[in-house]
Design a protein around this ligand. Structure first.
Ligand code: G6Q
Length: 548
Protein backbone atom coordinates (compact mmCIF):
# COMPACT_ATOMS: atom_id res chain seq x y z
CA UNK A 1 0.00 0.00 0.00
CA UNK A 2 1.50 3.37 -0.95
CA UNK A 3 1.91 5.92 1.82
CA UNK A 4 -0.53 8.17 -0.08
CA UNK A 5 -3.54 5.96 0.45
CA UNK A 6 -2.86 5.17 4.10
CA UNK A 7 -5.45 6.26 6.62
CA UNK A 8 -4.22 9.00 8.92
CA UNK A 9 -3.62 6.80 11.95
CA UNK A 10 -1.71 4.24 9.88
CA UNK A 11 0.76 6.81 8.61
CA UNK A 12 4.30 6.38 9.96
CA UNK A 13 4.39 10.14 10.66
CA UNK A 14 1.29 9.85 12.86
CA UNK A 15 2.78 6.93 14.73
CA UNK A 16 6.01 8.82 15.17
CA UNK A 17 4.03 11.67 16.70
CA UNK A 18 2.41 9.22 19.12
CA UNK A 19 5.79 7.91 20.22
CA UNK A 20 7.02 11.47 20.52
CA UNK A 21 4.05 12.45 22.68
CA UNK A 22 4.67 9.47 24.96
CA UNK A 23 8.17 10.86 25.59
CA UNK A 24 7.01 14.47 25.75
CA UNK A 25 3.88 14.39 27.84
CA UNK A 26 5.49 14.66 31.25
CA UNK A 27 7.69 17.59 30.32
CA UNK A 28 6.41 20.81 31.83
CA UNK A 29 6.42 24.14 30.01
CA UNK A 30 8.57 25.37 32.91
CA UNK A 31 11.26 22.90 31.86
CA UNK A 32 10.92 23.74 28.17
CA UNK A 33 11.40 27.44 28.90
CA UNK A 34 14.24 26.81 31.34
CA UNK A 35 16.07 24.65 28.80
CA UNK A 36 15.89 27.29 26.08
CA UNK A 37 16.13 30.93 27.15
CA UNK A 38 15.34 32.02 23.59
CA UNK A 39 12.17 29.93 23.35
CA UNK A 40 9.78 32.84 23.76
CA UNK A 41 11.35 34.62 20.81
CA UNK A 42 12.19 31.58 18.74
CA UNK A 43 8.80 29.87 18.68
CA UNK A 44 7.09 32.80 17.02
CA UNK A 45 6.21 33.79 13.49
CA UNK A 46 4.71 36.85 11.85
CA UNK A 47 2.31 37.34 8.97
CA UNK A 48 0.42 40.33 7.61
CA UNK A 49 1.06 42.31 10.80
CA UNK A 50 0.04 39.45 13.13
CA UNK A 51 2.71 38.28 15.57
CA UNK A 52 2.08 34.67 16.54
CA UNK A 53 3.70 33.44 19.75
CA UNK A 54 3.24 29.68 20.07
CA UNK A 55 6.06 29.18 22.58
CA UNK A 56 3.56 28.41 25.36
CA UNK A 57 2.30 25.37 23.45
CA UNK A 58 3.47 21.97 24.64
CA UNK A 59 5.75 21.39 21.71
CA UNK A 60 9.44 21.42 20.93
CA UNK A 61 11.50 21.45 17.74
CA UNK A 62 10.99 17.72 17.30
CA UNK A 63 7.20 18.14 17.52
CA UNK A 64 7.34 20.77 14.81
CA UNK A 65 9.54 18.61 12.62
CA UNK A 66 7.17 15.67 12.96
CA UNK A 67 4.09 17.82 12.33
CA UNK A 68 5.80 19.16 9.23
CA UNK A 69 6.43 15.61 8.03
CA UNK A 70 2.81 14.72 8.70
CA UNK A 71 1.64 17.74 6.70
CA UNK A 72 3.88 16.66 3.81
CA UNK A 73 2.60 13.10 3.98
CA UNK A 74 -1.00 14.40 3.91
CA UNK A 75 -0.21 16.41 0.79
CA UNK A 76 -0.83 19.84 2.35
CA UNK A 77 1.10 21.74 -0.33
CA UNK A 78 -0.81 20.06 -3.13
CA UNK A 79 -4.12 20.75 -1.39
CA UNK A 80 -3.22 24.42 -1.01
CA UNK A 81 -2.39 24.59 -4.71
CA UNK A 82 -5.69 22.86 -5.49
CA UNK A 83 -7.64 25.39 -3.43
CA UNK A 84 -5.96 28.42 -4.98
CA UNK A 85 -6.18 26.73 -8.38
CA UNK A 86 -9.97 26.55 -8.27
CA UNK A 87 -10.14 22.74 -8.22
CA UNK A 88 -13.36 21.20 -6.93
CA UNK A 89 -11.95 20.47 -3.51
CA UNK A 90 -15.44 20.52 -2.00
CA UNK A 91 -15.99 17.04 -3.34
CA UNK A 92 -19.35 16.19 -1.76
CA UNK A 93 -20.90 19.28 -3.37
CA UNK A 94 -18.67 19.01 -6.42
CA UNK A 95 -17.51 22.61 -6.36
CA UNK A 96 -14.47 24.75 -5.75
CA UNK A 97 -13.86 26.57 -2.46
CA UNK A 98 -12.45 29.71 -3.93
CA UNK A 99 -12.93 32.37 -1.26
CA UNK A 100 -9.32 33.45 -1.91
CA UNK A 101 -10.56 34.84 -5.26
CA UNK A 102 -12.81 37.28 -3.37
CA UNK A 103 -9.77 39.29 -2.38
CA UNK A 104 -7.62 38.81 -5.46
CA UNK A 105 -6.12 41.93 -6.96
CA UNK A 106 -7.68 43.23 -10.14
CA UNK A 107 -5.77 41.70 -13.02
CA UNK A 108 -4.75 38.60 -11.09
CA UNK A 109 -6.09 35.40 -12.73
CA UNK A 110 -7.87 32.83 -10.63
CA UNK A 111 -9.73 30.22 -12.61
CA UNK A 112 -12.28 27.59 -11.92
CA UNK A 113 -13.62 25.42 -14.73
CA UNK A 114 -11.40 27.34 -17.13
CA UNK A 115 -12.96 30.75 -16.39
CA UNK A 116 -11.16 33.61 -14.67
CA UNK A 117 -13.45 34.70 -11.83
CA UNK A 118 -11.54 37.82 -10.76
CA UNK A 119 -13.23 40.25 -13.22
CA UNK A 120 -16.69 39.26 -11.90
CA UNK A 121 -15.52 39.66 -8.32
CA UNK A 122 -14.37 43.20 -9.05
CA UNK A 123 -17.50 44.05 -11.03
CA UNK A 124 -19.63 43.20 -7.97
CA UNK A 125 -17.29 45.08 -5.63
CA UNK A 126 -17.66 48.16 -7.84
CA UNK A 127 -21.45 47.94 -7.82
CA UNK A 128 -21.38 47.50 -4.06
CA UNK A 129 -19.13 50.54 -3.68
CA UNK A 130 -21.39 52.69 -5.86
CA UNK A 131 -24.43 51.65 -3.86
CA UNK A 132 -22.68 52.02 -0.51
CA UNK A 133 -21.61 55.54 -1.45
CA UNK A 134 -25.17 56.48 -2.38
CA UNK A 135 -26.48 55.29 0.97
CA UNK A 136 -23.65 56.96 2.84
CA UNK A 137 -23.98 60.32 1.08
CA UNK A 138 -27.78 60.30 1.33
CA UNK A 139 -28.46 60.26 -2.39
CA UNK A 140 -30.19 56.89 -2.11
CA UNK A 141 -33.62 57.95 -0.89
CA UNK A 142 -36.43 55.95 0.64
CA UNK A 143 -39.91 55.84 -0.91
CA UNK A 144 -41.02 59.07 0.74
CA UNK A 145 -37.84 60.92 -0.22
CA UNK A 146 -36.13 60.66 3.15
CA UNK A 147 -32.54 59.50 3.35
CA UNK A 148 -31.70 56.13 4.86
CA UNK A 149 -30.65 56.19 8.51
CA UNK A 150 -30.89 52.51 9.49
CA UNK A 151 -29.75 49.39 7.71
CA UNK A 152 -31.19 46.04 8.73
CA UNK A 153 -29.31 42.97 7.55
CA UNK A 154 -31.55 39.92 7.34
CA UNK A 155 -29.68 36.63 7.01
CA UNK A 156 -28.61 33.64 9.09
CA UNK A 157 -25.52 31.52 9.58
CA UNK A 158 -22.90 32.50 7.06
CA UNK A 159 -25.15 35.30 5.85
CA UNK A 160 -25.25 36.85 9.31
CA UNK A 161 -22.30 35.94 11.52
CA UNK A 162 -19.64 37.54 9.32
CA UNK A 163 -21.56 40.80 8.81
CA UNK A 164 -22.38 41.11 12.55
CA UNK A 165 -18.85 40.27 13.63
CA UNK A 166 -17.27 42.69 11.13
CA UNK A 167 -19.68 45.48 12.06
CA UNK A 168 -18.91 45.09 15.76
CA UNK A 169 -15.18 44.68 15.15
CA UNK A 170 -14.94 47.78 12.96
CA UNK A 171 -17.39 50.00 14.79
CA UNK A 172 -14.65 52.51 15.28
CA UNK A 173 -14.51 52.97 11.50
CA UNK A 174 -18.25 53.18 10.88
CA UNK A 175 -20.33 56.17 9.88
CA UNK A 176 -22.01 56.90 13.19
CA UNK A 177 -24.86 58.71 11.45
CA UNK A 178 -26.07 55.31 10.23
CA UNK A 179 -27.45 52.60 12.49
CA UNK A 180 -27.08 48.90 11.78
CA UNK A 181 -29.26 46.07 13.01
CA UNK A 182 -29.00 42.36 12.30
CA UNK A 183 -31.96 40.01 12.22
CA UNK A 184 -31.30 36.30 11.91
CA UNK A 185 -33.52 34.20 14.15
CA UNK A 186 -36.92 32.96 13.04
CA UNK A 187 -37.99 33.82 16.59
CA UNK A 188 -40.15 36.89 16.03
CA UNK A 189 -38.49 38.58 18.99
CA UNK A 190 -35.42 39.19 16.87
CA UNK A 191 -37.29 41.11 14.17
CA UNK A 192 -39.68 42.86 16.56
CA UNK A 193 -36.91 44.15 18.82
CA UNK A 194 -34.70 45.17 15.89
CA UNK A 195 -37.42 47.27 14.28
CA UNK A 196 -39.57 48.55 17.14
CA UNK A 197 -38.01 52.01 17.24
CA UNK A 198 -37.39 52.37 13.51
CA UNK A 199 -39.02 54.65 10.98
CA UNK A 200 -39.72 52.56 7.88
CA UNK A 201 -39.26 55.61 5.67
CA UNK A 202 -35.60 55.76 6.74
CA UNK A 203 -34.90 52.01 6.84
CA UNK A 204 -33.23 49.84 4.23
CA UNK A 205 -33.31 46.04 4.47
CA UNK A 206 -30.46 43.98 3.05
CA UNK A 207 -31.72 40.45 2.55
CA UNK A 208 -28.70 38.15 2.48
CA UNK A 209 -29.19 34.57 1.42
CA UNK A 210 -26.97 32.57 -0.87
CA UNK A 211 -29.81 30.21 -1.79
CA UNK A 212 -32.71 32.60 -1.16
CA UNK A 213 -34.66 29.60 0.11
CA UNK A 214 -33.66 29.61 3.78
CA UNK A 215 -36.78 29.46 5.94
CA UNK A 216 -35.65 31.89 8.63
CA UNK A 217 -34.39 34.52 6.21
CA UNK A 218 -37.36 34.40 3.88
CA UNK A 219 -39.79 34.47 6.81
CA UNK A 220 -38.05 37.53 8.26
CA UNK A 221 -37.82 39.15 4.82
CA UNK A 222 -41.58 38.70 4.35
CA UNK A 223 -42.18 40.14 7.83
CA UNK A 224 -40.01 43.10 6.88
CA UNK A 225 -41.91 43.56 3.63
CA UNK A 226 -45.25 43.59 5.44
CA UNK A 227 -43.90 45.94 8.15
CA UNK A 228 -42.59 48.31 5.52
CA UNK A 229 -45.72 48.32 3.37
CA UNK A 230 -47.94 48.85 6.36
CA UNK A 231 -45.91 51.81 7.52
CA UNK A 232 -45.56 53.34 4.06
CA UNK A 233 -49.18 53.17 2.96
CA UNK A 234 -49.12 49.87 1.08
CA UNK A 235 -47.56 51.10 -2.15
CA UNK A 236 -45.64 48.11 -3.60
CA UNK A 237 -43.27 50.52 -5.35
CA UNK A 238 -41.78 51.22 -1.91
CA UNK A 239 -40.14 47.79 -1.88
CA UNK A 240 -37.58 48.74 -4.52
CA UNK A 241 -36.39 51.69 -2.38
CA UNK A 242 -36.25 49.78 0.92
CA UNK A 243 -34.98 46.32 -0.02
CA UNK A 244 -31.82 45.09 -1.64
CA UNK A 245 -30.69 41.49 -1.87
CA UNK A 246 -27.44 39.58 -1.78
CA UNK A 247 -27.75 36.16 -3.31
CA UNK A 248 -26.70 33.65 -5.95
CA UNK A 249 -30.38 33.05 -6.81
CA UNK A 250 -31.59 35.85 -9.09
CA UNK A 251 -34.90 34.10 -9.82
CA UNK A 252 -35.68 33.78 -6.11
CA UNK A 253 -34.84 37.43 -5.53
CA UNK A 254 -37.06 38.57 -8.41
CA UNK A 255 -39.90 36.38 -7.16
CA UNK A 256 -39.68 38.05 -3.76
CA UNK A 257 -40.11 41.38 -5.52
CA UNK A 258 -36.63 42.81 -5.17
CA UNK A 259 -35.33 44.44 -8.32
CA UNK A 260 -32.36 42.46 -9.69
CA UNK A 261 -30.74 45.88 -10.33
CA UNK A 262 -30.30 46.09 -6.58
CA UNK A 263 -29.25 42.50 -6.19
CA UNK A 264 -25.58 41.85 -5.50
CA UNK A 265 -24.45 38.44 -6.61
CA UNK A 266 -21.89 35.91 -5.63
CA UNK A 267 -21.08 32.38 -6.69
CA UNK A 268 -21.54 28.77 -5.68
CA UNK A 269 -17.79 28.50 -5.02
CA UNK A 270 -18.18 30.84 -2.02
CA UNK A 271 -19.29 28.92 1.07
CA UNK A 272 -21.62 30.77 3.44
CA UNK A 273 -19.07 30.84 6.26
CA UNK A 274 -16.40 32.10 3.84
CA UNK A 275 -18.51 34.93 2.43
CA UNK A 276 -18.07 38.01 4.64
CA UNK A 277 -15.65 39.51 2.11
CA UNK A 278 -18.00 39.26 -0.90
CA UNK A 279 -21.39 40.92 -1.36
CA UNK A 280 -22.54 39.34 1.92
CA UNK A 281 -20.37 42.08 3.39
CA UNK A 282 -22.54 44.82 1.84
CA UNK A 283 -23.62 46.02 5.30
CA UNK A 284 -19.94 46.14 6.30
CA UNK A 285 -19.09 48.20 3.25
CA UNK A 286 -21.94 50.63 3.89
CA UNK A 287 -20.87 50.92 7.52
CA UNK A 288 -17.14 51.49 7.02
CA UNK A 289 -17.08 52.76 3.43
CA UNK A 290 -15.54 51.21 0.32
CA UNK A 291 -11.96 52.29 1.11
CA UNK A 292 -11.91 50.59 4.49
CA UNK A 293 -13.58 47.55 2.92
CA UNK A 294 -10.78 47.38 0.34
CA UNK A 295 -8.24 47.66 3.16
CA UNK A 296 -9.94 44.68 4.81
CA UNK A 297 -9.64 42.73 1.54
CA UNK A 298 -5.95 43.70 1.40
CA UNK A 299 -5.52 42.16 4.86
CA UNK A 300 -7.19 38.93 3.73
CA UNK A 301 -4.97 38.87 0.64
CA UNK A 302 -1.77 39.52 2.60
CA UNK A 303 -2.52 36.44 4.71
CA UNK A 304 -3.47 34.42 1.60
CA UNK A 305 -0.15 35.27 -0.01
CA UNK A 306 1.74 34.44 3.16
CA UNK A 307 -0.09 31.11 3.45
CA UNK A 308 0.53 30.19 -0.16
CA UNK A 309 4.18 31.10 -0.33
CA UNK A 310 5.85 30.97 3.09
CA UNK A 311 7.89 27.93 4.14
CA UNK A 312 6.41 25.80 6.89
CA UNK A 313 8.68 27.02 9.69
CA UNK A 314 7.39 30.61 9.32
CA UNK A 315 3.91 29.92 7.98
CA UNK A 316 1.46 31.20 10.57
CA UNK A 317 -1.76 29.45 9.40
CA UNK A 318 0.14 26.17 8.93
CA UNK A 319 1.69 26.32 12.39
CA UNK A 320 -1.59 27.43 13.93
CA UNK A 321 -3.56 24.63 12.22
CA UNK A 322 -1.04 21.90 12.98
CA UNK A 323 -0.84 22.94 16.62
CA UNK A 324 -4.64 22.60 16.75
CA UNK A 325 -4.27 19.05 15.39
CA UNK A 326 -1.52 18.30 17.91
CA UNK A 327 -3.68 19.54 20.78
CA UNK A 328 -6.80 17.72 19.61
CA UNK A 329 -5.26 14.38 18.72
CA UNK A 330 -2.31 14.04 21.07
CA UNK A 331 -3.12 16.18 24.12
CA UNK A 332 -6.76 15.11 23.80
CA UNK A 333 -8.14 18.65 23.88
CA UNK A 334 -11.80 18.66 22.89
CA UNK A 335 -12.05 22.43 22.59
CA UNK A 336 -10.18 25.64 21.88
CA UNK A 337 -10.99 28.83 23.77
CA UNK A 338 -10.67 32.00 21.69
CA UNK A 339 -10.10 34.93 24.01
CA UNK A 340 -9.90 38.35 22.38
CA UNK A 341 -8.67 41.05 24.74
CA UNK A 342 -10.46 43.57 22.57
CA UNK A 343 -14.07 44.34 23.22
CA UNK A 344 -14.74 45.18 19.60
CA UNK A 345 -14.05 41.52 18.83
CA UNK A 346 -16.82 40.34 21.09
CA UNK A 347 -18.55 38.45 18.27
CA UNK A 348 -15.33 36.95 16.94
CA UNK A 349 -15.61 33.70 18.94
CA UNK A 350 -19.16 33.19 17.65
CA UNK A 351 -17.95 33.81 14.11
CA UNK A 352 -15.14 31.30 14.56
CA UNK A 353 -17.54 28.76 15.98
CA UNK A 354 -19.25 28.56 12.66
CA UNK A 355 -16.08 28.77 10.60
CA UNK A 356 -14.33 26.00 12.49
CA UNK A 357 -17.13 23.75 13.65
CA UNK A 358 -19.21 23.76 10.49
CA UNK A 359 -16.05 23.18 8.48
CA UNK A 360 -14.41 20.45 10.52
CA UNK A 361 -17.29 18.90 12.46
CA UNK A 362 -17.16 15.81 10.26
CA UNK A 363 -16.94 12.11 11.10
CA UNK A 364 -16.13 10.60 7.74
CA UNK A 365 -13.11 11.14 5.56
CA UNK A 366 -13.13 12.30 1.95
CA UNK A 367 -13.48 8.67 0.92
CA UNK A 368 -16.57 8.19 3.09
CA UNK A 369 -14.78 6.00 5.64
CA UNK A 370 -15.30 6.72 9.35
CA UNK A 371 -12.52 8.83 10.87
CA UNK A 372 -10.97 6.82 13.73
CA UNK A 373 -9.52 9.94 15.34
CA UNK A 374 -10.90 13.16 16.78
CA UNK A 375 -11.69 15.87 14.24
CA UNK A 376 -12.89 19.47 14.67
CA UNK A 377 -12.60 20.71 18.25
CA UNK A 378 -15.24 22.91 19.82
CA UNK A 379 -14.40 26.60 19.46
CA UNK A 380 -15.79 28.91 22.10
CA UNK A 381 -14.86 32.02 24.01
CA UNK A 382 -15.65 35.48 25.28
CA UNK A 383 -13.67 38.67 25.37
CA UNK A 384 -11.15 39.23 28.13
CA UNK A 385 -11.23 40.32 30.81
CA UNK A 386 -14.88 39.29 31.22
CA UNK A 387 -14.18 35.57 30.82
CA UNK A 388 -11.61 35.72 33.62
CA UNK A 389 -14.46 36.26 36.06
CA UNK A 390 -16.36 33.21 34.92
CA UNK A 391 -15.01 30.21 33.00
CA UNK A 392 -11.25 30.76 33.32
CA UNK A 393 -11.44 28.87 36.60
CA UNK A 394 -11.90 25.64 34.66
CA UNK A 395 -9.09 26.49 32.26
CA UNK A 396 -6.70 27.09 35.17
CA UNK A 397 -7.70 24.34 37.57
CA UNK A 398 -10.16 22.00 35.86
CA UNK A 399 -9.38 18.46 34.77
CA UNK A 400 -9.55 19.12 31.02
CA UNK A 401 -6.97 20.59 28.68
CA UNK A 402 -8.33 23.72 27.02
CA UNK A 403 -5.81 25.30 24.68
CA UNK A 404 -6.37 29.04 24.41
CA UNK A 405 -5.84 31.57 21.66
CA UNK A 406 -5.26 34.97 23.25
CA UNK A 407 -5.73 37.88 20.87
CA UNK A 408 -4.55 41.38 21.74
CA UNK A 409 -3.71 44.74 20.19
CA UNK A 410 -0.93 47.15 21.12
CA UNK A 411 -3.02 50.25 20.47
CA UNK A 412 -6.57 50.89 21.51
CA UNK A 413 -9.35 52.44 19.47
CA UNK A 414 -11.02 53.68 22.64
CA UNK A 415 -8.39 55.37 24.81
CA UNK A 416 -9.53 55.83 28.37
CA UNK A 417 -6.92 56.53 31.01
CA UNK A 418 -4.65 53.52 31.47
CA UNK A 419 -7.41 51.02 30.77
CA UNK A 420 -5.81 49.54 27.70
CA UNK A 421 -2.60 48.76 29.60
CA UNK A 422 -4.71 47.11 32.28
CA UNK A 423 -6.50 45.04 29.67
CA UNK A 424 -3.31 43.82 28.03
CA UNK A 425 -1.60 43.24 31.38
CA UNK A 426 -4.40 40.78 32.10
CA UNK A 427 -3.86 38.98 28.80
CA UNK A 428 -0.13 38.54 29.39
CA UNK A 429 -0.65 37.54 33.02
CA UNK A 430 -3.23 34.91 32.12
CA UNK A 431 -1.12 33.19 29.48
CA UNK A 432 1.86 33.25 31.87
CA UNK A 433 -0.14 31.78 34.74
CA UNK A 434 -1.60 29.06 32.51
CA UNK A 435 1.85 28.03 31.32
CA UNK A 436 3.82 28.23 34.54
CA UNK A 437 1.23 27.83 37.28
CA UNK A 438 2.08 27.95 40.95
CA UNK A 439 3.67 24.96 42.68
CA UNK A 440 2.80 23.57 46.10
CA UNK A 441 6.13 24.84 47.43
CA UNK A 442 5.35 28.35 46.18
CA UNK A 443 1.90 28.23 47.70
CA UNK A 444 3.25 27.07 51.06
CA UNK A 445 6.03 29.62 50.96
CA UNK A 446 3.31 32.27 50.91
CA UNK A 447 2.14 30.97 54.28
CA UNK A 448 -0.95 29.17 52.98
CA UNK A 449 -2.30 26.69 55.57
CA UNK A 450 -1.69 23.05 54.59
CA UNK A 451 -5.38 22.23 54.22
CA UNK A 452 -5.87 25.04 51.75
CA UNK A 453 -2.64 24.59 49.84
CA UNK A 454 -3.85 21.95 47.30
CA UNK A 455 -6.73 24.23 46.33
CA UNK A 456 -4.36 27.05 45.60
CA UNK A 457 -1.94 25.09 43.47
CA UNK A 458 -1.96 25.82 39.76
CA UNK A 459 -0.40 22.98 37.84
CA UNK A 460 0.36 25.19 34.87
CA UNK A 461 1.48 23.44 31.68
CA UNK A 462 -1.75 24.60 30.09
CA UNK A 463 -1.13 25.47 26.45
CA UNK A 464 -1.90 28.76 24.80
CA UNK A 465 -0.89 30.88 21.84
CA UNK A 466 -0.92 34.66 21.67
CA UNK A 467 -1.75 36.68 18.57
CA UNK A 468 -0.51 40.23 19.01
CA UNK A 469 -1.35 42.92 16.47
CA UNK A 470 -0.54 46.61 16.48
CA UNK A 471 -4.08 47.91 16.09
CA UNK A 472 -7.51 46.60 15.14
CA UNK A 473 -7.82 48.02 11.63
CA UNK A 474 -9.87 46.72 8.70
CA UNK A 475 -6.61 45.29 7.31
CA UNK A 476 -5.87 43.51 10.59
CA UNK A 477 -9.37 42.08 10.76
CA UNK A 478 -9.08 40.69 7.22
CA UNK A 479 -5.71 39.14 8.04
CA UNK A 480 -7.04 37.62 11.26
CA UNK A 481 -10.07 36.05 9.60
CA UNK A 482 -7.95 34.67 6.74
CA UNK A 483 -5.51 33.23 9.29
CA UNK A 484 -8.33 31.23 10.88
CA UNK A 485 -9.82 30.26 7.51
CA UNK A 486 -6.51 28.76 6.46
CA UNK A 487 -5.82 27.21 9.85
CA UNK A 488 -9.19 25.45 9.65
CA UNK A 489 -8.30 24.30 6.13
CA UNK A 490 -4.94 22.91 7.31
CA UNK A 491 -6.71 20.98 10.06
CA UNK A 492 -9.21 19.58 7.55
CA UNK A 493 -6.41 18.48 5.20
CA UNK A 494 -4.71 16.52 7.98
CA UNK A 495 -8.01 14.94 9.03
CA UNK A 496 -8.76 14.19 5.37
CA UNK A 497 -12.28 15.61 5.56
CA UNK A 498 -14.33 17.96 3.39
CA UNK A 499 -14.10 21.26 5.27
CA UNK A 500 -16.45 22.97 2.82
CA UNK A 501 -19.70 21.03 3.01
CA UNK A 502 -22.34 21.19 5.77
CA UNK A 503 -24.78 18.32 5.46
CA UNK A 504 -25.73 18.68 9.12
CA UNK A 505 -27.03 22.20 8.42
CA UNK A 506 -28.94 20.97 5.37
CA UNK A 507 -30.59 18.29 7.52
CA UNK A 508 -31.91 20.91 9.94
CA UNK A 509 -33.36 22.93 7.07
CA UNK A 510 -35.32 19.89 5.80
CA UNK A 511 -36.48 18.55 9.17
CA UNK A 512 -38.04 21.76 10.44
CA UNK A 513 -40.48 22.01 7.53
CA UNK A 514 -42.27 18.74 8.26
CA UNK A 515 -42.77 19.64 11.91
CA UNK A 516 -43.80 23.20 11.04
CA UNK A 517 -46.61 21.77 8.88
CA UNK A 518 -47.76 19.62 11.81
CA UNK A 519 -47.83 22.62 14.12
CA UNK A 520 -49.68 24.71 11.56
CA UNK A 521 -52.59 22.40 10.71
CA UNK A 522 -55.86 23.13 12.46
CA UNK A 523 -57.08 19.55 12.82
CA UNK A 524 -55.12 17.23 15.13
CA UNK A 525 -52.35 15.99 12.83
CA UNK A 526 -51.53 12.33 12.33
CA UNK A 527 -48.03 12.08 13.76
CA UNK A 528 -45.41 9.59 12.85
CA UNK A 529 -42.52 10.53 15.17
CA UNK A 530 -41.02 8.84 18.20
CA UNK A 531 -43.14 8.96 21.36
CA UNK A 532 -41.12 11.81 22.89
CA UNK A 533 -41.43 14.11 19.87
CA UNK A 534 -45.13 13.29 19.48
CA UNK A 535 -45.87 14.09 23.12
CA UNK A 536 -43.97 17.37 22.85
CA UNK A 537 -45.85 18.38 19.69
CA UNK A 538 -49.23 17.57 21.29
CA UNK A 539 -48.38 19.40 24.50
CA UNK A 540 -47.20 22.45 22.57
CA UNK A 541 -50.35 22.51 20.43
CA UNK A 542 -52.50 22.27 23.54
CA UNK A 543 -50.72 24.86 25.65
CA UNK A 544 -50.25 27.49 22.99
CA UNK A 545 -54.02 27.92 22.88
CA UNK A 546 -54.34 28.63 26.62
CA UNK A 547 -53.52 31.87 28.33
CA UNK A 548 -50.69 31.55 30.85
C1 G6Q B 1 -22.54 28.29 5.88
C2 G6Q B 1 -23.73 27.48 5.92
C3 G6Q B 1 -24.93 28.13 6.54
C4 G6Q B 1 -25.60 29.15 5.63
C5 G6Q B 1 -26.96 29.51 6.20
C6 G6Q B 1 -27.68 30.53 5.37
O1 G6Q B 1 -21.46 27.92 5.46
O2 G6Q B 1 -24.00 26.96 4.68
O3 G6Q B 1 -24.65 28.76 7.76
O4 G6Q B 1 -24.80 30.28 5.49
O5 G6Q B 1 -27.73 28.35 6.34
O6 G6Q B 1 -27.86 30.07 4.07
P1 G6Q B 1 -28.33 31.06 2.94
O7 G6Q B 1 -27.29 32.11 2.78
O8 G6Q B 1 -28.48 30.21 1.71
O9 G6Q B 1 -29.63 31.66 3.39
Amino acid sequence: MSNDSLSLTARPQWRALHRHWARQKDIHLRELFAADPQRGERLTAEAAGIYFDYSKQRINDETLRLLHELADACGLSARIRAMFGGERINTTEDRAALHVALRARRGERIETDGADVVPEVHAVLERMAAFANRVRDGSWKGHTGKRIRTLVNIGIGGSDLGPVMAYEALRGYTDRALRFRFVSNVDGADFVEATRDLDAAETLFIVCSKTFTTQETLTNAHAARAWCLQALGGDEKAIARHFVAVSTNAAGVAEFGIDTDTMFGFWDWVGGRYSMDCAIGLSTMIAIGPDHFRAMLDGFRAMDEHFRSTPFARNVPMLHGLIAVWNANFLGAASIAVLPYEHYLKRFPAYLQQLAMESNGKRVTLDGAPADYATGPIYWGEPGTNGQHSFYQLIHQGTQVIPCDFIGFCQTLAPLGNQHDLLIANLFAQSEALAFGKTLAEVKAQGTPDALAPHRVFQGNRPSSTLLVQRLTPHALGALVALYEHSVFVQGVIWNIDSFDQWGVELGKALAQRTADELACTAEPALNHDSSTQALIRRYRRLREHSA
